[in-house]
Ligand binder design. Structure first.
Ligand code: HOZ
Length: 425
């Protein structure tokens, strides 16, 4: 496979952009590969600048549940552009998308739009602190909630590949109210609540972890968190930036039947454009300025192009049968993949259309398990797939995704390739 133009593009980008990329995982360093530069994408495929075509299971990190370049979404966006692209003044589109979110997600009574998942989570935490008048935030090791200072503690995603899983440049004072505990460990949560319960503003987590690869919460974990936060007057925040509109129209909270106080959304709700949202009970959300004393703002928040793409996407996802079709297709793929990896010291964690292969002979239920897995073997696997024109999410600490656009025939071909390549690594 010729990759000379990507290599050239990387060298050129590195002159002007740190590491040549605008988000670290894209540099592919943890999988020992040179980054790809993309020229276009359609359906489940993207084409790099050298003209190589890849079957995509990263899908802009889960954004494209409908596949890239969806005709209906694009048509609406093209029409919206002709009316101007940002006003900094309210539009009807914001209310329309807000209504769709509130109608789709069980816990939402009010939402506010921002432009990225980082902003959504950061703002949800601020509202939680404003509402409770408390400081402490409990999070879980390996969950990634964007790059706000106080949440970059034992974080997953690209941070997981830094030594210590935290970023430099953050004063200790900024993280002193953040406690990070092992995922799926409710006993640890109980101990922390016994000690600090009345000072805990919120517990925040990815209801299915997807930034240390996919880790599904154990049965009593989410319900335990719901009960204990209620008992102590703390809020429960679900970071559904990845799981929202992915695991069901109502996200992980609908799938598990647990109602958080606040939730954050991103990725899918922008239909490929920068839109994210946070929301929850009206009495909490009304703490936000101008109704209340918690400040939060943004020039491009709710911008008409992102709102249009979001509306079109959610309407398509709301059509009867969408999620059951995606679920069935994913189940078939996962079942066959399970057969392929049998006896190979590989663990397949999955739920709905999200999955991660961990190279380990142990169950993977928390960040430590992921760190102890064979990430070198994952890297070899990733590189082998790339040579076969298949693009999985490029780190052992990420989730891969199936979309509506993957056909059964394509998935079968991918499985054959995986089978063949696993024999060699
Ligand atoms: N935080 C994203 C992975 N979970 C990476 C985003 C990107 O590199 O585009």
């Amino acid at each position: 496979m010729q990759r000379t133009l990507s290599e050239k593009a990387y060298n050129e980008a590195s002159k002007y952009i740190p590491g040549g990329v605008n988000s670290p995982v894209r540099a592919l360093l943890s999988v020992g590969e040179a980054p790809l530069f993309v020229s276009k994408a359609d359906g489940v495929n993207f084409t790099d600048v050298d003209g190589n075509v890849f079957t995509d299971f990263c899908l802009s990190w889960g954004v494209f549940i409908l596949g890239h370049n969806h005709k209906t979404v694009n048509k609406a966006v093209k029409a919206a552009i002709d009316n101007g692209t940002s006003y900094g003044i309210p539009t009807l589109l914001e209310t329309q998308l807000a209504r769709l979110l509130v109608e789709s997600v069980p816990s939402l009574e009010k939402v506010r739009f921002v432009s990225s998942g980082t902003e959504a989570v950061m703002s949800a935490v601020r509202v939680a602190r404003g509402f409770t008048g408390r400081n402490i935030i409990v999070k879980f090791d390996g969950c990634y909630h964007g790059h706000a200072d106080h949440l970059l503690v034992s974080a997953g995603s690209g941070v997981a590949t830094l030594s210590g899983s935290s970023s430099s440049g953050i004063p200790v004072d900024f993280t002193k109210h953040t406690l990070s505990l092992p995922y799926n460990d409710f006993e640890a949560v109980k101990i922390v609540f016994e000690k600090y319960g009345n000072d805990i503003a919120a517990v925040i987590l990815e209801p299915v972890a997807a930034n240390m690869g996919v880790i599904v919460p154990e049965k009593q974990f989410l319900s335990g968190l719901r009960e204990i936060t209620k008992q102590y007057g703390s809020l429960l925040i679900f970071d559904e930036v990845i799981t929202g509109f992915r695991l069901a129209l109502g996200g992980a909270q609908q799938r598990f039947g647990i109602t958080p106080d606040l939730s954050a959304f991103g990725k899918i709700i922008g239909g490929g454009f920068p839109a994210a949202a946070f929301g929850g009970r009206a009495e909490i959300m009304d703490m936000l300025s101008p109704n209340g004393p918690v400040y939060q703002a943004g020039t491009l928040s709710g911008n008409p192009i992102a709102m249009t793409a979001g509306i079109e996407t959610i309407q398509l996802l709301s059509q009867p049968g969408f999620y059951s079709r995606l679920e069935t297709k994913s189940e078939t793929f996962i079942a066959e993949l399970k057969e392929i990896i049998k006896g190979k010291d590989i663990v397949l964690n999955h739920i709905g259309s999200m999955f991660t292969l961990f190279f380990s002979d142990h169950e993977i239920r928390n960040f430590n398990d992921v760190k102890n897995s064979d990430t070198e073997r994952f890297a070899r696997f990733f590189r082998a797939l790339i040579r076969e024109n298949i693009y999985f999410s490029p780190s052992a600490y990420e989730a891969s995704f199936i979309s509506e656009a993957h056909t059964e025939v394509q998935l079968k071909q991918v499985l054959q390739t995986i089978k063949k390549e696993l024999e060699k690594i």
